[in-house]
Design a protein around this ligand. Sequence first.
Ligand SMILES: Cc1cc2nc3c(=O)[nH]c(=O)nc-3n(C[C@H](O)[C@H](O)[C@H](O)COP(=O)(O)OP(=O)(O)OC[C@H]3O[C@@H](n4cnc5c(N)ncnc54)[C@H](O)[C@@H]3O)c2cc1C
Length: 424
Amino acid sequence: MLTMSHPLDNIALLPHVFNMDYDVIIAGGGLTGITLALALHRTGIRAAIIDKNTPLVAPNNIFDGRSYAIAAASQKMLNVLGLWDDLAKNAQPMVEIKVSDGYAGEVPSPFVMQFDQQDFTEGPMGYMVEDRNLRRVLQGVLKDSKVTFKSNTEVLSQTVKPTQVAVELTSGATITAAVLVGADGRTSNTAKTAGLTRSGWDYGQSSLVCAIAHEKPHNGIAHQYFMPSGPLAILPLTGNRSGIVWTEKTETAHQIHALDKADYLDILRPRFGTFLGNISLAGERYIYPLSLSTTHSMISQRVALVGDAAHEVHPIAGQGLNSGFKDVAALAQVLCDAKRRGQDLGIDTTLKEYQRWRGFDNAMLCTATNGFNLLFSNDNLLARGLRDLGLGLVGSTPMLRRAFVAKAAGTTGDVPRLLQGEQL
Ligand SMILES: Cc1cc2nc3c(=O)[nH]c(=O)nc-3n(C[C@H](O)[C@H](O)[C@H](O)COP(=O)(O)OP(=O)(O)OC[C@H]3O[C@@H](n4cnc5c(N)ncnc54)[C@H](O)[C@@H]3O)c2cc1C
């Protein structure tokens, strides 16, 4: 019997006959873009990063007040990628998390959810890492790796061909690869050009972000207070300092942000409480508008998205970067496995595997963070009753507490190898 095969079937197994400049081009050299490049580089996949800005490293390593809660699984990946030893010197382990409902100036509601080492026996549930340290360490390892980083450059056009994607840059050059990854943040041009549509909305809330120095030690305990206008997270940093993510209605947030330092602290104090003694500012103050924005798919032909380019979520659960790191770990794994099978990295079956792996999880994260914000950021009596009931129920049920912590630590479900602390 005569069987007809498509001429490209065999070509899919022979990527190098096309003599491409790189295996993967990553548009966006933020935290997820660089991490992906480093993960791929370790497996011999040749990656180039394009960023419209210069790499953001704090001048003279000055702390600008921004920090991230890094989940236990993300920490494992940073360790495998050779970043953790350096990061650990300035990372603060989180050993306990206390969540409660409250009003400014009042004692928290008696319904408290408290997670501690009994609920997560693997070690700290996560770590607080300052933005300046994460960027400095990523840039350092990136430089040593000799991964190509083209800064002050944007993608002018991306043309998908049967066997490769050609990317025209503002510098005038055109480079080719098997896959183009959009790691270019919440306004992702890569997604737009690939026709990946998005849905979402503005929350009408903004987060005030800064670091606070305090008199008493925090003992590695993170606090989350749910106030009617939005949550206030107090997250332990090294020394007697904590990072805050203080969410208010956007208009109020801008008014508070415009105040001088003393007045800003006067508004914060009744919300922050007195349990850490006197407080003062330990860096610059920032304000971030909050919105939900998610693409309907994370892939199209020879294109994949990671991080905020695919899903920007409310910071209520501190999961934005962590879910971006999960994308990185999953995409690196499917690309690495395709390379081991000798396949073209950009074929549909490989990218669809990535979509199946991460699409549902990210949709659930968007739904959950949106639901939490709706339930917790309001003063409705019924919602208040419901959330107190929920906090009380989870707080008093060890099995539920363990399930919550494992989810937040990123150790549940089909966890990619890097997030399990294994090599690709
Ligand atoms: C108030 C607040 C607190 C948060 N706290 C936490 C937390 O505790 N834990 C956590 O996990 N997450 C947190 N997040 C979320 C986290 O900050 C983001 O999810 C994360 O920074 C996204 O990283 P990214 O690399 O995907 O995108 P980005 O950081 O947006 O990087 C995008 C990169 O792409 C480049 N770029 C953009 N457009 C182009 C273009 N056209 N061409 C080339 N390059 C381009 C940019 O210059 C940039 O370098 C928080 C967010 C907010 C707002």
